[in-house]
Design a protein around this ligand. Structure first.
Ligand code: SF4
Length: 172
């Protein structure tokens, strides 16, 4: 974990995303265009890069709002807020945004387009720590060639492969 934290919390980190292309930090691997999310680990010769794409980012004077669109039919506000607070994907986006700009987003959102319900969450340092731990664990597992399925009701419930996966925890 320390190596990842050191890599990401470099002093040379650009303060604004626009600066990323001009003066990339030594250990942070910038991705362009602007909606891509960089995240990396550097440990000796080993370097990990996570790449993804934000669906949407809105910025105002209070900071950024990172938005992800979902098609699931969530109708209750409480459930939407719970989903966004628990979302590893959005924790990763918050981490990536912090690496790109030096600040956490003011908010992350899941917008459920079928029902017009919007789940909202203010990301915290604890969220970012969870994202860092997940990157570290995944990278270590891949390098050690550990690919066993680790089903859980929570993970399998939202997994795109749950209908065909022989290990899914969602089957009756
Ligand atoms: S359904 Fe299969 S692939 Fe998806 S999370 Fe569960 S065990 Fe993993």
């Amino acid at each position: 974990m320390a190596s990842l934290r050191n890599a990401i919390m470099t002093k040379d980190r650009p303060r604004r995303h626009g600066d990323m292309k001009r003066t990339p930090a030594k250990d942070v691997l910038p991705c362009s265009p602007s909606t891509r999310a960089p995240c990396c680990r550097s440990s000796g010769d080993v370097r990990t890069r996570v790449r993804g794409r934000f669906d949407r980012v809105d910025e105002d004077l209070l900071g950024a709002v990172v938005v992800d669109y979902k098609t699931s039919e969530i109708t209750k506000q409480k459930e939407a807020d719970r989903r966004v607070a628990a979302s590893l994907q959005l924790k990763m986006y918050a981490l990536a945004w912090r690496e790109m700009t030096g600040r956490l987003p003011q908010r992350v959102e899941l917008r459920f387009i079928e029902t017009n319900v919007v789940g909202r969450h203010e990301p915290t340092e604890a969220d970012v720590e969870q994202a860092l731990a997940a990157v570290e664990a995944a990278a270590d597992g891949i390098r050690a060639r550990r690919f066993e399925a680790t089903p859980s009701r929570n993970a399998c419930r939202y997994c795109a492969y749950s209908q065909i996966c022989p290990f899914t925890a969602t089957r009756e």
